[in-house]
Design a protein around this ligand. Structure first.
Ligand code: SAH
Ligand code: ZN
Ligand code: ZN
Ligand code: ZN
Ligand code: ZN
Length: 425
């Protein structure tokens, strides 16, 4: 489809696969955004193929990245009074284009500072399921950058982290001594108006697709191997609705590119990575990256009502950093209440108590969890042990035995898992 190779899906119902497999868009979860659909075994006619190609051609951005770079060069030469940005079309305007946008909402006198913070100028594409653009709060972005610098990294592969990228790029342009560089990989092509082809690649992280083809792939490869003495880290903050499996597969391919470029000792290593994602995906991420650990740091966002630092100072974001770096190296800010657990050898939330039974700091959400001796693990403070279900849950959980009957056959006396009709079929 227009967003690169589609992914192969299979319909499931009640955990069972329902036969026929199909291809659909890798990135759009809403058929309204991309309606590509093809059965796995479908024969596609020449006419249909041609129509698709035509569709993909006409659904490409109207300007190339190269053209946008040229426009930018001309834009910065304009005096402040002539620098306009169209909010409706989300683009920088050159004077000869003013006419076409005369009844659009414009921003005037775009300063250099504004050009260096495109994420503030562009509106976040948050409504679209496809983009789910949630921007780091300044505090979190600054924390990430300081951490990256303290860990000795000089190159950042920013995959879906435009705000981190712009913080790095803008510092680099202002401070002579600032040596960190970033390459942004993102599906949001609006950024091509502000960055050169060495700073931004139009990229789909669900299928590892570089829209500009081999040249962009080469840019990325070069970035990963440049000055082999300088250490590279990948930082990614994908849309949370995204398929973990597809993301993991792309990240592994980026990691492989890095590995190919390293000469000696990297053979046994993995490219250092921060994968920013909600804590409830921990087991999914560890499935694909067993070397990763989840950090307690709560990542805050500007435009996400739920995921920001509450007015009361209570942190509420469920978003964490997953990393393959040694946990004790990830120093979390003591002034925000994090402390070092000497037994776990990592920084944890202030509310995260070390459990003697589990021999670990077990809280995932920052609140103090409690140990259940029957479940032999720590559980959320709001949970209690249910003797019917033989595990912990909310007091309001749909208790299996108390329910009218088995989910499968409706008869009383057994649970779905031991339903005799299931074993028969
Ligand atoms: N917190 C980050 C932004 C994360 S929002 C920051 O402040 O920098 C998710 C980002 O991923 C957005 O920039 C969005 O454009 C990008 N994105 C969404 N889908 C993508 C895809 N399929 N491939 C690449 N990038 C994608
Ligand atoms: Zn316009
Ligand atoms: Zn415990
Ligand atoms: Zn229990
Ligand atoms: Zn129960």
């Amino acid at each position: 489809c227009a967003l690169g190779p589609a992914l192969l899906f299979v319909k499931t119902s009640q955990g069972k696969e329902e036969g026929r497999r199909f291809y659909a868009c890798s990135a759009c979860r809403d058929r309204k955004d991309c309606n590509f659909f093809q059965w796995e075994d479908e024969k596609v006619s020449e006419t249909k193929l041609a129509a698709r190609e035509e569709y993909n051609r006409t659904h490409q951005p109207s300007r190339t990245h190269r053209q946008n770079v040229e426009r930018y060069k001309n834009f910065v030469l304009l005096p402040l009074a002539k620098r306009r940005f169209c909010q409706e079309c989300q683009q920088l305007l050159l004077p000869e284009e003013w006419g076409e946008h005369s009844n659009h909402q414009l921003l005037y006198e775009i300063s250099t500072a504004q050009l260096q913070s495109p994420s503030q100028l562009l509106y976040p594409l948050e409504n679209k399921k496809t983009n789910a653009q949630y921007l780091f709060a300044d505090r979190s972005c600054q924390f990430l950058l300081d951490l990256i610098i303290d860990l000795g990294f000089r190159r950042v592969l920013s995959v879906g982290t435009p705000r981190l990228h712009e913080m790095i790029q803008s510092k680099a342009s202002k401070e002579e001594a600032f040596r960190v560089r970033s390459l942004l990989l993102d599906i949001d092509f609006r950024y091509s108006q502000f960055y050169t082809e060495d700073e931004f690649c139009h990229y789909n992280m669900f299928n590892h697709f570089f829209f500009a083809g081999e040249a962009a792939l080469e840019t990325c490869r070069r970035f990963l191997c440049q000055d082999s003495g300088e250490r590279v880290i990948m930082v990614t903050d994908p849309p949370f609705g995204g398929l973990v499996e597809a993301l993991a597969s792309s990240f592994k391919r980026l990691m492989a590119m890095w590995k190919d470029t390293e000469k000696e000792d990297a053979v046994s290593q993995e490219m250092p990575t921060f994968w920013i994602f909600p804590y409830f995906f921990e087991s999914r991420i560890l499935e694909f990256f067993p070397s990763f650990t989840m950090m307690d740091y709560q990542v805050d966002y500007d435009n996400h009502a739920l995921y920001k630092h509450g007015k009361t100072g209570r942190r509420q974001s469920p978003v964490r950093i997953f990393t393959n770096l040694t946990p004790r190296m990830i120093v979390l800010p003591v002034e925000e209440g994090y402390r070092f657990c000497a037994i776990c050898q990592r920084y944890v939330s202030s509310g995260n108590q070390h459990c003697e039974m589990c021999n670990s700091c077990t809280s995932k959400d920052g609140r103090r969890w409690k140990h259940c001796f029957l479940c032999k693990k720590c559980v959320k403070p709001s949970w209690f042990h249910c003797n019917n279900c033989n595990c912990c849950g909310l007091p309001t959980h749909a208790c299996e035995k108390a329910a009218a009957g088995c989910f499968v056959c409706g008869q009383a006396g057994h649970k779905r898992s031991s339903c005799p009709s299931l074993s028969r079929s």
